[in-house]
Design a protein. Structure first.
Length: 254
């Protein structure tokens, strides 16, 4: 049974960082809603594995190897995807979820740790959007959602690079939304709080309890909570929403 998300069924969707955690949940949600899902991972085998699972469940899916921390190579790959799909509708639904962390206190953080995170998280969104938005403009229809983070507003010790990249995405979303809104393209962000993923599961029990004290709803979010918010913003139901940030954080940052 397909999810009731108008405007998604039959359309092609790209999810960067779609092989695990939040990205995998988004890819699964889109597949269930009837989209043709292209999902990326750094390793082709990982992307293929997740895509194959969606295909076995009856969806149309394809895995794509893409390393957004390599800006030059990524730019060429995304441009190639845009050329490949130009004749049959392009990629009207785009979710930029790929991201990375290289945590450390600012005084000890190397320039490479700083730049690598900004390349993957912020420059990656620029490249994906730059090459795929022209097809949306031609079709006068498109939906772009980027995955930011609660730390974009709150900050987090040891994550100045990550927080800066995620905060940069918010300005990016609002600026691009103003550029392309008149062409039927919406651009929005979701900002997850602490989500139950591999990263948070690896935390000591005491650290997890500390996190829960910050969340009024008293639990970590699930990847599916974020996927549901992304699905809404990609759907026709959100057709009059652009340049916005939808917080999915259990009330951490009210």
């Amino acid at each position: 049974m397909k999810l009731g998300l108008p405007g998604i069924e039959g359309r092609r969707a790209l999810v960067t960082g779609g092989s695990r955690g939040i990205g995998r949940a988004i890819a699964g949600m889109l597949a269930e809603a009837g989209a043709e899902v292209w999902l990326t991972a750094r390793e082709q085998s990982r992307a293929d594995e997740v895509a194959a699972g969606l295909v076995r469940a009856g969806a149309q899916a394809r895995g794509v190897a893409l390393d957004l921390s390599d800006s030059g190579g990524a730019s060429q790959q995304i441009e190639a995807l845009a050329r490949e799909t130009k004749a049959d509708g392009g990629i009207p639904l785009v979710v930029h979820n790929a991201g990375m962390t290289r945590d450390g206190l600012l005084m000890r953080m190397t320039l490479e740790q700083w730049e690598e995170v900004l390349r993957a998280n912020l420059t990656g969104a620029y490249l994906v959007t730059k090459w795929l938005v022209p097809g949306m403009i031609r079709a006068r229809y498109g939906r772009i959602v980027v995955v930011s983070s609660v730390v974009a507003r709150m900050g987090n010790p040891g994550q100045s690079n990550y927080a800066a990249s995620k905060a940069g995405l918010l300005g990016f979303v609002r600026s691009v939304a103003r550029e392309v809104g008149g062409r039927g393209v919406t651009v929005n962000a979701v900002a997850p709080g602490y989500i139950d993923t591999d990263m948070t599961r690896s935390l000591p029990a005491a650290a997890r309890e500390k996190l829960l004290e910050l969340v009024p709803l008293g639990r970590l979010g699930q990847p599916e909570d974020v996927a549901a918010a992304v699905g809404f913003l990609l759907s026709e139901a959100a057709g009059y929403i652009t340049g916005e940030v939808l917080d999915v954080n259990g009330g951490m940052d009210m």
